[in-house]
Design a binder for this molecule. Structure first.
Ligand code: ADP
Ligand code: MG
Length: 343
């Protein structure tokens, strides 16, 4: 087997259309992230080419890449044609062209983008994830059994990520509040809503590098909510993630996990590894959990191909493990290469 040398960094350029769909994507952020990853790969010693992809020219672009035959595509495409649910489709097209790439495949990306499927898989593997109800449409909101839930519960969009659609109103304490907010979310975002039991407690992020039995858990981080005003819920809302001047931004600082017992760390790592494997994540990913007052971790979100920009959580965890940014990005590429070419 020859060594990994030539890498094409592929990213999506359809952000203008995405912005119109009220997605969190910002044109400059997507481009900056792709450039930073490409620079890091160059510093790690690879020969790198950056390619943008909008959508309908996908066959041309993939035909060209396929003829050029790089050793690996670093797949940063999160949507095509302004539609985020095309993220899995694109991984499928790379497979169709026989182009080797980093990160999860079509099935892994699709399962995580579909929050109900994700929960079905977690539950099928016996992994802890909060009890839920799937509200498929406006009619589902009238279900009388919603009156019997053990409130508080929490609402999220069924096919979104990056905290899109998440505000303080998504923490609901009564059936009336649940119905009112779910209805508004369905109308605003035109998609189903997933209701979950609200887990009061710490929020822990687990970054994992690698695939299968040799996957490695990086130092755990948690959200520090101490600067969150006491009248606001301790959640990572859309504003917390994207609006630097918002109180929620200051109130949700990612920090290294502190004051955790070895038992808690072991339980969190075991559950996160289980979720990573169950959903078919590869090379890198992040599992988010909340821990209840009994110390039980619950998986709330599984993120394949998560943000690996220099200022994102994966880079923070890698730095805590003593890896520089180029080392981390280079390691992801090497892990993908080793997965594709097992010795
Ligand atoms: N069941 C839950 N209990 C408590 N907080 C939750 C729950 N589910 C989500 N949250 C809060 O909402 C945020 C966003 O939800 P998440 O499921 O991670 O969606 P996204 O895919 O948009 O990141 C989480 O970071 C967490 O703060
Ligand atoms: Mg999340």
């Amino acid at each position: 087997m020859t060594a990994l040398s030539r890498i094409v960094v592929l990213y999506n350029t359809d952000y203008d259309a995405e912005l119109k769909l009220s997605s969190a994507v910002d044109a400059s952020a997507v481009e900056d992230s792709a450039r930073a990853i490409a620079r890091a790969l160059e510093m790690a010693g690879f020969v790198v080419q950056v390619v943008g992809l909008h959508g309908m020219e996908v066959f041309e672009v993939l035909t060209r890449i396929s003829a050029d035959a790089p050793d690996l595509v670093f797949n940063l495409c999160e949507s095509m044609n302004g539609v985020p649910t095309n993220e899995p489709t694109f991984a499928g097209l790379l497979d169709l062209f026989g182009i080797p790439y980093t990160g999860a495949d079509l099935a892994g990306l699709a399962a995580c983008l579909h929050k109900l499927r994700c929960k079905d898989i977690l539950l099928g593997r016996g992994l802890p994830t909060p009890p839920h109800r799937f509200l498929a449409d406006l009619a589902a909101i009238d279900d009388p059994s919603l009156d019997e839930l053990d409130y508080p519960w929490f609402l999220k969009l069924a096919h979104e990520d990056a905290s899109v659609g998440i505000t303080d109103e998504n923490l609901v304490r009564t059936p009336a509040a649940l119905r009112d907010r779910a209805r508004k979310m369905m109308i605003e975002f035109n998609q189903p809503v997933l209701a979950e039991r609200y887990v009061e407690g710490r929020e822990i992020n687990v970054t994992i590098l690698g695939t299968g039995a040799t996957a490695r858990v990086l130092p755990l981080h948690e959200i520090d909510f101490t600067a969150m005003p006491s009248d606001r819920p301790r959640i990572v809302s859309y504003a917390a993630k994207w609006e630097e001047s918002h109180v929620d931004y200051e109130g949700t600082k990612p920090v290294p996990l502190r004051n955790a017992t070895p038992e808690l760390i072991a339980a969190v790592e075991r559950v996160a590894r289980g979720a990573y494997a169950a959903l078919g994540l590869r090379d890198y990913g992040r599992v988010d959990l909340r821990v209840d007052r009994d110390g039980q971790p619950w998986v709330i979100d599984v993120n394949p191909n998560c943000d690996i920009s220099p200022d994102a959580g994966v880079a923070r965890s890698a730095a805590a493990a003593g890896m520089s940014y180029p080392e981390m990005v280079g390691a992801i590429a090497q892990l993908a290469w080793q997965r594709i070419h097992p010795t």
